[in-house]
Ligand binder design. Structure first.
Ligand code: AMP
Length: 520
């Protein structure tokens, strides 16, 4: 690609892929209660969007994405173009006409897709289209109209060139299943001009992410994240602290105990590069004692060496310079602010100078929350500030901060720490034990009335003996059983049993709903 073409490609704004769309608030609602609007994002985006945001040197981009080329013109049509190139000198009659038609069809589709932007505006594609058109004219004139000014050799040369161009054309954009959500959220913010909304814009999304990692406990290739982002507005430390407070409160309400919050500040464009160089120099001095991965990362991304869990490297890494001692005054001030704001909110944290996180787009605050019962994959939430990302994606400079909770690990940790799924199961409030035809009609009426009043009711679909029905009510964890037999129906006095203590009361049908309301 020429330099001009590269520049043009870089300037191109990212957009949701044709046929995919973002679903924005107010179309959606739920976290609205805490001021967040739901955004539903496509599962796949252009590979380049992730590469540019997350960083080409990261494991996620370099090794773990599920990628494919979204071909606007399928290979099978490219093959028919190639067949034309191969056969054009020899075919005659109908066969020739058939090749010509297929080739024309292929070229038209390529040109259309090029115009609409569905195939990239690269030099190879532009050249390819030009050369193929020229080749078509020459080949047709020679073979169809018997123009003998062009020798068979010249046509053969054109043929070879056309076939080569054909195979260098890129018939669509490389796509990837999303490995995380932040890049897409930013793409959507820019694409839908959300900077014009009152700032900050608070969005959340829940859904599957895909990374080709080595599967183990708590690590899957398709996993689920709950993602929250605060986009635009100021970069005040209070925002970072509030976001962290929110996720800690969320864990607390779920009853997740023993969580540990680690925070760090990784500087910004001004101070981080200097620290990275210092770290690179210091790591180089002990290069021979480091493992192969870390040796490579000294060149590609020295910060990632701090992430290493390799036992033999720990002592060496502990002796490395800390970024906190190399922050510029603005970043240091910001970091002090974040800690103060956390303290004001009573959020307990631990400073961890090695917390750099795997994604390149973070700046200043980074944080991670770990939970018990998970083994080595114990991070249940990661997040931080990424003020530079929007600009990197061709949007306006925008302050932004957010986090992603690993939903699989969250559930796993809850289970491992004794939160039985039965305990949180939605038990019915009331079980209707009925016997007899008349009782069944009354039971259906009662179920309808109670459900209309907002109670959850279990109405067994077939008749059972009372003993069995009450046993079933117990098993389901119902609080009350309504006993309806022939006696109850004929006397109009229904029996309500409280299952915990076996207390029984007589009630009239018309009093049932009001009576239950009083009990709750
Ligand atoms: P990250 O996007 O890498 O910052 O990850 C945020 C959170 O997502 C982590 O703290 C994990 O809880 C979760 N997570 C990341 N990768 C996986 C995976 N392969 N399987 C399950 N959970 C994951």
């Amino acid at each position: 690609m020429s330099e001009g073409a590269v520049k043009k490609e870089e300037r191109r704004k990212f957009q949701a892929i044709k046929g995919t769309r973002d679903i924005l608030p107010p179309e959606t609602a739920l976290w609205n209660r805490v001021g967040f609007g739901e955004i539903r994002l496509p599962i796949f985006e252009e590979t380049e969007l992730f590469a540019r945001s997350i960083g080409g040197d990261t494991d996620v981009v370099a090794k773990e994405m599920y990628s494919f080329v979204d071909k606007a013109v399928p290979d099978i049509e490219r093959a028919s173009g190639e067949a034309f190139a191969r056969e054009v000198l020899f075919a005659t009659g109908d066969a020739f006409a058939d090749y010509v038609e297929k080739f024309e069809g292929f070229l038209e589709r390529v040109k259309k897709a090029y115009r609409s932007g569905e195939i990239p505006h690269t030099e190879a594609n532009r050249n390819g289209i030009e050369k193929l058109e020229k080749y078509r004219a020459v080949a047709l004139e020679r073979v169809q109209w018997g123009d003998l000014n062009t020798s068979p050799e010249a046509v053969a040369d054109y043929t070879a060139a056309a076939a080569a161009f054909l195979w260098h054309m890129q018939l669509g954009y490389p796509m990837s299943l999303r490995p995380e959500a932040t890049a897409s959220v930013c793409r959507a913010y820019i694409e839908h001009n959300m900077q014009q909304l009152p700032q900050p814009v608070k969005l959340y999304c829940i859904g599957p992410m895909f990374r080709r990692e080595r599967p183990q406990k708590g690590r899957y290739r398709q996993f689920y994240q709950i993602d929250a982002e605060v986009l635009g507005g100021t970069d005040a430390p209070a925002i970072d602290a509030e976001v962290i407070e929110m996720v800690m409160t969320f864990f607390d309400r779920l009853g997740l105990e023993g969580v540990q919050l680690d925070i760090n500040c990784i500087g910004d464009k001004k101070c981080r590069p200097k620290y990275v160089e210092l770290l690179r120099a210091e790591l180089s001095k002990v290069k021979d004692k480091l493992g192969a991965d870390s040796q490579r990362r000294i060149e590609t991304n020295p910060l990632r060496v701090l992430d290493s869990k390799l036992e033999s490297e720990q002592k060496l890494i502990e002796a490395m310079p800390h970024i906190a001692d190399h922050l510029c005054e603005e970043c240091a001030e910001n970091y002090r602010g974040v800690k103060k704001e956390l303290e004001l909110r009573g959020v307990k944290y631990r400073e961890n100078w090695r917390l750099v996180r795997g994604l390149d787009y973070y700046m200043r605050t980074t944080f991670e929350i770990t939970a018990p019962g998970l083994g080595s994959q114990n991070a249940v939430c990661g997040g931080g500030r990424y003020d530079g990302l929007m600009e990197l994606l061709g949007g306006p400079r925008t302050n932004a901060t957010g986090f992603a909770i690993g939903e699989d690990r969250l559930i796993l940790s809850l289970l491992e720490t004794g939160h039985s799924p039965l305990a949180t199961r939605h038990a019915p409030l009331l079980y209707i034990a009925w016997m007899g035809e008349k009782a069944y009609a009354a039971a259906i009426r009662a179920a309808k009335d109670l459900r209309n009043a907002g109670f959850s009711v279990e109405l067994p679909p077939v008749e059972q003996k009372f003993g069995k029905a009450l046993g079933q009510a117990d098993k389901l964890g119902a609080r009350f059983a309504l006993i309806l037999g022939d006696n109850e129906v004929s006397s109009g006095e229904w029996t309500l049993k409280t299952l915990a203590d076996g207390k029984q009361e007589k009630l009239r049908e018309s009093d049932l709903v009001e009576h239950l309301k009083k009990q709750l």
